[in-house]
Design a protein around this ligand. Structure first.
Ligand code: NAG
Ligand code: NAG
Ligand code: NAG
Ligand code: NAG
Ligand code: NAG
Ligand code: NAG
Ligand code: NAG
Ligand code: NAG
Length: 840
């Protein structure tokens, strides 16, 4: 009877899967012997007996079917190898998978689930790499057991990593003992739930690395992990489970996360052409990743100037200065001597771009916003700091994490991370007052407004005194001299404003000094001109060279707004952005003072026959990567989210080492503070670099910058301007590149001054990325995060590009091809920049 049923089931299963020539199921009547192999339906994974390197032991495991290097992702009998080839994996009468030797009763491994009798059983290897056990044919969705719930050393896409609240199962990934022994090794990686959820990597019982808590985008301590072309990462936290799931958007890409025998969590992707696994992320990597490296109340900053990467949180000092001096941070930090906590006037200081401290000593309340979070923390004296629990939702509803007790294992990143606020006393707070300024508008009024009113009074008095003096002086002095003095005097209004953002280092320049530095804005010092105003080179008395941008009058912004914007923008500091040193104003005229870069713009290199050869491909690629980093910072990593709106070759300056620095960022913000969302009435940009939706409808977003970046990228490869003339019917560079791309001849666009000294793969990758960036539909274009990802993971499969935007076919504006190539001293770059006003 039983047998008949089993045969019936086999026939049924055979019918269901008859389209697959491979066998992917084990049934009562069809066990798996050593030597047999199950292959999943899509032929991605295989299951069978294997021996690891230099071992004759036999194990049952799952590996990639099509990967030439045997890569085992799951092992059944990890700690109980079979010593000869007599092993059999079968389903027993109770519906469990059991591994035993032929004719022996000793069980090497079993699924060991609750025993059901008298039902139909089967086990199937799914194409996701999951081995699942069915008890009963009726409900095929319900697995009574699955290998995904019992990971070995590998997490596969689609696997849930975390806790099943209903069964209490917490999935743990453990390393192999060695490459020849898949037994449970020293290292384990698992989710923990004391306070907000975090992942920990352990060596034995010792924590060696922590991911940080979930921020909504990814783990606080893994800034590299974001949604991108390849992954779709989902964090699930509900009554049934807490888990994180990676999905691969293109199932033909093979990717796995492994805890390897040397204690590293690494993500690898298979590169078919090279037949090897390519690592593309791993942790722990640097000293600052080591758990608790800088002790309690310390934090680690790998890019700190000076030699020791450890630092104390604001308001703290080293516990043992001697150890600290000897570069041992493990004792951590203590409150600064003389600190009076829990008195009136306590406040918080921000640590930006941080991995927040271990949340084991923290509490979370998802229904509070950041302001309420601060209140909550301020009210309770034992609260040491707070942070937003979900930065993807914004400050108002991002939830609240508050810390009580030791705060350990914080660190900062050059880009990424989140803001974390540490409690300090009133004295300490005063030192960081500028940070407070940022957060509360009321405070901002008190801190800036009052001095400004005072300054106003001072100015008025000065002006009256001066006026009396002027009438007297008029008897002796010439008129021209007066005008100069006039500008000199009235700029005194500047001097009283030095208190804005003291630790931002924004300087308010005295107008008279600017006049001296630029030799009265002498035409010979003029180095450029664009849509936002002219730029003059200058030299301060102390020898420092500066670039002064005189903003054109039409900014339509009040002085206070101007100062606020400039102060905010001055806080954007990144090695690929030109540094804003300060500003100056005189009456209605506003000026921005930047660091001076002797090498001028990228355009003066790539579009110049002689200088083009100074930039070989390697250098160009470095420049491209620098531009990407700068834009990434503007778009995603800074607190402001700046859309550049006028990215072009002449706005990328090169320093003495030919490192790129983006200039003119934040201009759009200064010029139109109120319209920083999707639509603008004023289109400022440059012919040839504007995305179609921006040029035609005034719609702008980070994707319009991506478009401009794409053009710039293609220009750097080809050494030609987008709007330069082409013999073969192509309207412009994009058209030309696209035509060649379609014919598989894209390499023909490469700048001849590069000679043969370039890596064709890299150039093709860059051309591909360039075309992706200039696609007609903004939604098709990648974000800068994607671009950064594609550039740094060369092996990534990129999606095929759609037709790029040839908007300039329709939008000719009567421009001839020559006017766009001007950049000479006659100051006619203006025709490089067009301003379309949309009356509405
Ligand atoms: C296997 O053994 C050979 C010879 O002893 C050795 O060279 C090789 O490194 C070993 N491979 C592994 C993976 O241990
Ligand atoms: C396999 O090894 C076991 C002992 O571990 C032994 O009992 C059995 O006979 C062996 N089978 C064969 C086919 O060698
Ligand atoms: C099966 O589970 C029982 C208790 O649940 C446990 O004692 C036993 O060791 C398990 N057997 C195997 C082979 O895992
Ligand atoms: C990501 O995966 C989830 C399911 O886990 C799905 O609901 C969501 O639509 C996916 N997102 C994207 C952008 O593919
Ligand atoms: C997935 O990648 C393969 C190459 O590995 C490519 O041929 C295919 O077009 C990609 N599919 C999608 C939907 O992007
Ligand atoms: C573990 O991963 C790290 C980082 O990818 C790598 O450097 C190391 O060689 C790996 N160790 C082993 C044993 O594979
Ligand atoms: C979270 O905050 C809200 C509002 O203050 C409060 O009502 C709620 O009890 C808090 N929840 C927890 C878990 O503390
Ligand atoms: C402060 O917070 C701690 C931890 O949540 C709690 O035990 C304590 O009762 C709180 N104190 C006050 C005064 O609310």
């Amino acid at each position: 009877m039983h047998q008949e049923r089993a045969i019936l089931v086999s026939v049924l299963i055979f019918l269901i899967f008859r389209f697959c020539t491979c066998i992917d199921t084990i049934t009562l009547t069809r066990p798996l012997k050593d030597g047999d192999i199950l292959v999943s339906n899509g032929e991605t994974f295989a299951l069978g007996f294997f021996s690891p390197a230099n071992s004759s032991n036999r194990y049952v495991g799952i590996w990639y079917n099509k990967v030439s290097e045997q890569t085992v992702v799951w092992v059944a009998n990890r700690d109980r190898p079979i010593t000869n080839s007599s092993g059999i994996l079968s389903i027993d009468e109770t519906g469990n998978l059991v591994l035993h030797e032929k004719d022996q009763s000793f069980v090497f491994w079993s699924t060991n689930v609750s025993r059901v009798v008298n039902d139909v059983f089967s086990a199937q290897l799914l194409d996701s790499g999951n081995l699942v056990l069915f008890q009963g044919l009726v409900n095929k969705e319900v697995y009574s057991w699955q290998s995904f719930d019992h990971p070995s050393n590998t997490l596969l896409p689609g696997m849930k990593f975390g806790l099943d609240r209903k069964t209490g199962l917490n999935r743990v990934v453990t390393s192999w003992k060695s490459s020849g022994d898949p037994g449970v090794g020293d290292y384990s990686y698992k989710m923990e739930f004391v306070g907000p959820t975090q992942l920990f990597l352990y060596k034995g019982m010792t924590r060696i690395w922590r991911t940080g808590s979930w921020t909504g985008h990814g783990w606080s301590g893994v800034p590299a992990m974001t949604q991108n072309f390849i992954f779709n990462v989902t964090y699930i936290n509900n009554n049934d489970e807490v888990a994180v799931v990676y999905l691969i958007r293109n199932s033909s890409i093979l990717s796995r996360l492994t805890v390897n025998e040397s204690g590293t969590v690494e993500r690898l992707t298979w590169h078919g052409p090279d037949k090897r696994w390519i690592g593309f992320w791993s942790a722990p990597k640097e000293q600052c990743d080591a758990y608790n490296h800088c002790g309690p109340f310390g934090f680690c900053d790998p890019y700190k100037s000076g030699t020791f990467e450890c630092d104390c949180l604001p308001g703290y000092e080293p516990q043992s200065p001697q150890d600290w001096y000897l570069r041992d941070g493990s004792k951590g930090c203590k409150r600064k001597a003389g600190t009076q906590m829990c008195e009136i006037g306590d406040g918080f200081v921000e640590l930006a771009r941080a991995k927040v401290p271990d949340t084991s000593t923290a509490r979370v309340n998802m229904s509070l916003g950041l302001e309420a979070c601060k209140e909550l923390c301020l009210r309770n004296c034992t609260c040491m700091g707070y942070a937003s629990a979900d930065i993807s939702k914004g400050a108002a509803e991002g939830g609240c994490i508050t810390w009580y007790g030791n705060m350990i294992d914080a660190r900062t990143f050059p880009d990424g991370g989140q803001s974390f606020y540490t409690r300090v006393d009133a004295t300490e707070l005063a030192k960081y007052s500028s940070q407070r300024l940022k957060k509360s508008h009321n405070n901002r009024f008190l801190v800036i407004g009052v001095p400004i009113i005072a300054a106003g009074f001072f100015f008025l008095c000065a002006f009256i005194c001066y006026y009396i003096w002027k009438i007297r002086g008029k008897l002796n002095e010439g008129k021209a001299r007066f005008n100069f003095m006039n500008s000199l005097k009235s700029s005194e209004g500047c001097l009283t404003d030095k208190d804005i953002g003291e630790n931002v280092d924004i300087h308010v320049f005295d107008f008279s000094k600017i006049l001296v530095a630029t030799d009265n804005f002498s035409p010979s010092n003029k180095v450029g001109e664009g849509g936002f105003g002219s730029v003059y080179k200058g030299k301060l008395l102390n020898g420092q060279e500066i670039a002064v941008k005189r903003l054109s009058q039409s900014s339509g912004q009040g002085m206070q707004e101007f100062k606020n914007e400039v102060t905010l923008i001055a806080k954007l500091q990144h090695r690929n952005l030109v540094r804003l040193l300060g500003y100056c104003f005189r009456k209605e005229e506003k000026m921005l003072v930047y660091e001076y870069l002797p090498n001028k713009g990228l355009d003066s290199f790539i579009f110049d026959q002689e200088k083009a050869s100074l930039l070989d491909w390697k250098k160009r690629l470095q420049i491209i990567q620098g531009i990407v980093r700068g834009l990434l910072y503007l778009h995603h990593d800074s607190r402001l989210k700046i859309i550049h709106r006028d990215l072009k070759a002449s706005n990328v300056l090169l320093d003495t080492n030919l490192n790129p620095k983006i200039s003119d960022f934040g201009m759009a913000k200064i010029f139109g503070g109120e319209e920083d969302e999707a639509k603008t009435r004023r289109v400022v940009g440059t012919y040839g670099y504007m995305s179609p939706e921006y040029a035609m409808e005034g719609l702008f977003s980070v994707k319009s910058d991506v478009f401009s970046f794409g053009i710039l990228l293609l220009e750097m490869i080809s050494g030609r301007k987008n709007n330069s003339y082409y013999k073969d019917n192509s309207v412009n560079l994009i058209g030309h590149v696209w035509d060649l791309w379609k014919q598989d001849k894209a390499l023909m666009v490469v700048d001849s001054s590069l000679g043969d000294s370039y890596d064709a793969h890299e150039v093709l990758l860059c051309i591909h990325i360039g075309i992706l960036c200039v696609q007609e539909l903004a939604s098709d274009r990648p974000t800068m995060t994607d671009v950064a990802f594609m550039l740094s993971n060369r092996e990534t499969m990129l999606p095929p590009p759609n037709q790029p935007a040839f908007i300039f076919r329709q939008l000719k504006y009567g421009m001839d091809s020559k006017s766009a190539s001007a950049s000479g001293g006659d100051g006619s770059v203006f025709d490089d920049t067009i301003t379309i006003l949309h009356p509405r």
